[in-house]
Write a protein that binds this ligand. Structure first.
Ligand SMILES: C[S@@+](CC[C@H](N)C(=O)[O-])C[C@H]1O[C@@H](n2cnc3c(N)ncnc32)[C@H](O)[C@@H]1O
Length: 231
């Protein structure tokens, strides 16, 4: 039997990254009317998306496995940002010239995002919920819009098709309108996740409507589309 191809990421242990609100807008093609539905960011990592959405007056919740110990997290996320930056600095051909001019620009932007995240976490700890896919502590349809960036598909070397199915099914369960997932390419691999068609067939079998949509966020070569699942 032929061996199954693994799309390796090369980043090492799963990164707790800190994308900004502007990155989320570009990744998920967000408009104000999207944010008016209550939003769940899962996994939110050290992203400042929640801080900015709240500051704009919208309802938003962040969840992540990393929120088990907030005190420890503060120390970890800056180091994680530097680790993520070192990874992209080693591959300027793949990561420079899109959303970020170069590695320095990436570092500055993400450290600013970490600072906003840390301040918001201190001020509004109730918005940062410790949770682990595939079992979220929310009721069916609790959120209008569920956003999921850089977990599904990104880590195809450690999440298999059944994991992706379970994670996505849970994200759909807690949404009343839409789930958007970005990117469709694993870290370090410009091709779509190799199990994507099989996953989409499973959604078809359950009657879940879904489509791929182009977006403007250009970070990793090849990754400029999102998966949208509709209730
Ligand atoms: C690369 S970060 C993405 C964070 C954020 N969405 C961003 O784009 O900056 C991946 C996150 O997934 C979280 N994570 C890993 N496994 C998880 C799970 N089973 N449930 C929830 N979060 C998980 C990690 O703690 C990490 O913060």
């Amino acid at each position: 039997m032929p061996r199954k191809e693994v799309q390796r990421s090369g980043i090492g242990r799963m990164l707790i990254s800190s994308r900004s609100f502007d990155e989320y807008v570009a990744m998920f093609d967000l408009r104000d009317e999207d944010l008016a539905a209550s939003v769940l960011d899962c996994p939110a990592g050290a992203s400042s998306f929640t801080a900015t959405v709240r500051a704009r007056g919208f309802a938003v919740t962040a969840c992540d496995t990393a929120y088990a110990d907030a005190t420890d997290l503060m120390g970890v996320v800056r180091d994680e940002t530097i680790r993520g930056n070192a990874y992209i600095a080693r591959q300027p051909d793949r990561y420079a010239g899109g959303f970020f001019r170069d590695a320095e620009h990436h570092l500055e932007h993400r450290l600013d995002s970490v600072d906003r995240f840390a301040a918001d976490l201190l001020a509004h700890p109730e918005s940062y919920v410790h949770a682990a896919l595939p079992k979220l502590p929310f009721r069916d349809r609790d959120f209008g819009l569920v956003l999921s960036s850089h977990l599904l598909f990104t880590y195809a070397d450690r999440l298999d098709l059944d994991d992706h199915d379970r994670y996505l099914t849970e994200l759909i369960r807690v949404s009343s309108r839409e789930v958007r997932v970005f990117p469709l390419v694993p870290t370090g691999d410009g091709r779509r996740y190799l199990g994507l068609d099989a996953l989409r067939r499973r959604l078809d079998d359950r009657g879940i409507r879904h489509e791929l949509r182009p977006v403007t966020y250009d970070f990793q070569g090849g990754g400029t589309e999102m998966l949208v699942c509709m209730r």
